[in-house]
Design a protein around this ligand. Structure first.
Ligand code: SAH
Length: 214
């Protein structure tokens, strides 16, 4: 199937799943119209690339529902001067979206084979403002901190203190927190030395795990 086959599906996803639910930032919408999501889902699921649901990828992980990726991206309030840390590269789809909106994306993944696959697609597609690491991201990536935004794309039991410390003043952390079945998506804004929390919605992510694997 060539690329043109997916263009109307992508536009329909943006209209029906994102705009109708209140995603309205023009740059975010434009990024979703540009990134070919079909490249980031396994071949067997390519027909489902623009469906309104998460989709399995390798190693029992998932590529998030398009709306959830859009919501987290919009909450990050990015522009070309901003740096963002993504914890959980997974398929690399959200990484591609962030790469079109930020100056630099730092993306960490605990499963090396997923990271390698995502990186090879992203390199091939010309997303070049991304730095990758195979590491446990529950402690962030201190070397490049502080960040304007940190997005955690796996569900945590609590908000890791060390992530808060890696936010710039006015930085934004977006993180699902809860148990293995359900989480609440939180937006935490750093205001100087204080942190202001806002619950956004209920969500369901794969768990944030400790350590690394291959
Ligand atoms: N944004 C991704 C989401 C992938 S699912 C996408 O839409 O494709 C979440 C990812 O987080 C999985 O790939 C999982 O391996 C990874 N992950 C879980 N715990 C992690 C941790 N402590 N550090 C880094 N990555 C982690």
């Amino acid at each position: 199937m060539d690329r043109y086959h997916y263009e109307p599906l992508r536009k329909r996803m943006v209209d029906q799943q994102l705009k109708t639910r209140g995603i309205e930032n023009d740059n975010v919408i434009d990024a979703f119209l540009r990134v070919p999501r079909e490249l980031f889902v396994p071949l067997a699921y390519r027909d489902m690339a623009y469906e309104d649901m998460p989709c399995p990828i390798d190693k029992d992980q998932t590529i998030s529902q398009p709306y959830m990726v859009a919501l987290m991206t919009e909450l990050a309030v990015l522009d070309r001067s901003k740096t963002v840390l993504e914890i959980g590269t997974g398929s690399g789809y959200q990484t591609a979206i962030l790469s079109l909106l930020a100056k630099t994306v730092y993306s960490v993944e605990r499963i090396e084979s997923l990271l390698d696959k995502a990186k090879s697609i992203l390199d091939q597609e010309g997303y070049l403002n991304i730095c990758y690491a195979h590491k446990d991201g529950s402690t962030g990536w201190e070397e490049h901190a502080p960040y304007d935004a940190i997005l955690v794309t796996a569900g945590a039991e609590e908000i890791p203190e060390r992530l808060l410390k890696q936010l710039k003043p006015h930085g934004r952390l977006i993180i699902p927190v809860g148990n293995r079945s359900w989480q609440t998506l939180w937006l935490v804004m750093r205001i100087e030395e204080r942190y202001q929390r806002q619950a956004i919605c209920t969500c369901r992510f794969v768990p944030l795990l400790f350590g690394t694997e291959y």
